[in-house]
Design a protein around this ligand. Structure first.
Ligand code: MG
Length: 260
């Protein structure tokens, strides 16, 4: 199985600094959104991506390794803040997708803390992650529509983050990989500005994933560019017998799953 990726990021039109960070493949893709309003969000998002990158460099890893890396990122951010008082309160979201072997076949391991998102792109994009945010809870409780959530004053208030004493459970999902699957990992700077149907249209009408990622960023800027914006696209090709996947994510005898 082989993978094609495309990525783009932008500071946006309002913020002075891009506090988003990202990691691109070959078998681990992620976006971290350093928290606005907090000191040194860019430091927090960079630490989160660095810890994940260590996992991606291993010859083989499993879902538990990814969860452990996220917990280590949490500890590293807290330690950095403790050593540098000016960084106290920094934090980050982290959402992404890894390619792992599970039950003898390749799976997407989707993971999330906060309100960055992973979508499966189709005619209508399907959000695979669940936001850890105040408005997501209001939507789940039936007190707010998804459309109203995009403009709600509490839309930026997240209920789980990396860089807090209790990182809370890391949500993970294991999904079999199918030939042609196309996933998007993005920060809320995209989903806050661009409707999901438009995201699907832009990706499906672009000639390649790099162009698609650029088109998403441009749409977010056209929508106002109020936040940093990052989009990572990854598409799977071929059969699970291909060497590239096996070489990167050979299963260990003790593969564990944190999926649900
Ligand atoms: Mg953001």
């Amino acid at each position: 199985m082989r993978f094609e990726t495309g990525v783009a990021t932008h500071t946006g039109l309002v913020r002075a600094l891009n506090e988003d960070a990202y990691l691109v493949g070959p078998s681990l893709h992620a976006v971290a959104d350093g928290m606005g309003g907090h000191a040194c969000g860019d430091v927090a998002s960079a630490i989160a991506v660095r810890e994940l990158e260590r996992v991606s460099e291993k010859p083989a890893f499993d879902p538990a390794d990814v969860v452990t890396a996220i917990e280590q990122a949490n500890a590293a951010i807290l330690a950095e803040a403790a050593a540098h008082p000016e960084k106290e309160g920094m934090g980050t979201t982290l959402a992404g997708v890894a390619v792992v072997e599970h039950a003898g076949s390749p799976h997407w391991l989707v993971f999330n803390v906060g309100d960055s998102r992973v979508y499966r792109i189709g005619a209508t994009p399907e959000q695979l992650t669940v936001d850890h945010s105040e408005v997501a809870e209001l939507v789940a409780a039936g007190q707010l529509t998804a459309a109203d959530a995009r403009t709600h004053p509490l839309r930026h208030v997240i209920t789980r983050s990396i860089g807090s004493p209790q990182v809370g459970p890391v949500d993970t999902w294991l999904i079999p990989i199918c030939d042609g699957d196309l996933l998007l990992v993005c920060s809320d700077g995209l989903t806050g500005e661009v409707e999901e149907t438009e995201i699907g249209r832009l990706v499906s009408t672009s000639p390649d994933l790099s162009t698609a990622a650029e088109a998403l960023i441009r749409a977010a800027l056209d929508g106002g560019g109020h936040d940093n914006v990052t989009a990572v696209l990854v598409r799977a090709f071929g059969s699970s017998g291909d060497d590239e996947l096996v070489g990167r994510t050979q299963p260990r005898p003790d593969v564990r799953t944190t999926g649900r």
